[in-house]
Design a protein around this ligand. Sequence first.
Ligand SMILES: Cc1ncc(COP(=O)(O)O)c(C=O)c1O
Length: 394
Amino acid sequence: MAPAPASDVKTSSRTAAHSLARYREEFPIFRDKIYLNTCSLGALGERTRRKLAEFVDLWQSRGASAWYDVWWAALGDLRRRYGSLIGAAPEEIALAPSISVALSAVAEAVDYTRRPRVVVTSLDFPTVAYQWLAKRQRGVEVVVVESPDRVTVPVEAIARAVDHRTALVATSHVYFTSGAIQDIGAVAEVAHAKGALCLIDAYQSVGQVPLAVRATGADCVTAGGLKWLLGGPGIVFLYVREDLARRLAPAIAGWFGHKDQFAFEPRSLEWHDDARRFELGTPSLAAVYAQLGGLEYIEEIGVPAIRAVTTALTEDLVARARDLGLRPKVAPRAEDRSAIVLLPAADPAAAVRWLDAAGIIADARPGHVRLSPFFYNVQEDHVSALERLAAPGA
Ligand SMILES: Cc1ncc(COP(=O)(O)O)c(C=O)c1O
């Protein structure tokens, strides 16, 4: 996607705002803090808090009777809205409590007999590789494709690692390690060329970078509330391409995956016809409600508009960091960068404490401080963070 016009964030003024800055007042953390850590945890908005309160009120006033109308409907609503965010049908969406669980459900549905290999990259969040490292005793082999620059992984390198023994290529849309956006369409193509499936961890992209899953050709995609969807912990989705969802039979199960779950029949397990077969047990309704609240922001603004603003903020952050000699670790081309910027630091934990002491919330990753502006951030936020990082005592 093309970077936003430079006019979206005016670099001439230290306090220039953009069109989405009006949402900032709905995120009370900004009254006291400068929050630059959405890639760890999205800030809590008032709409999310209200939705959570709605759940608590229902629980208090109606107890279990709320299941049969409102809560059941809320689950369907969430599947539908997650789906429409990525251009998928509600039937292609399963709910799960974490990315790790969603990945496990897929990992347990793949037959490794003839294809014992799974290809991941060294930049993916390690929980991706763990799914298959845990199956080593069953003969599953994990092939890790290295990144030459610790920022991106050439698709040619992935292609070289995929062969007729590869069951699956599992990698990221946006790397948590560098913020670089991977061309997942190209990854799906190299996987499919050898008959392998393609699974994408899009936790660091959905909400900040537009994603139309069908156009990418990816078979399975997982993302969720914690970060860029402003829904907090405990709720994610798993997209499984429609025809595949009907074919795969997971080897882990729960009653939410049963076609007729209220028949309470222990003698047979008949899967849902769609992606719901990957669901296990009762979803955390508090997390579901929080996510419905967070989605109100994302849907109202739209991911392309968010991307336009965060691109302009990110490019300004990168340019200013370079001016200060901070050497940000980002993808070489602006269009491959997302709103995750890593700045090399000798002692990242100390640097994050130093920022925190000034009311600036950032994160540490090995060798780096990580800043991640979102639509509720303004240029002033990263200017303050960079000044603090460049100041004597940092
Ligand atoms: C890209 C990515 N995938 C997966 C995870 C971990 O997901 P979970 O804790 O839901 O399993 C993270 C970290 O929060 C992440 O950044």
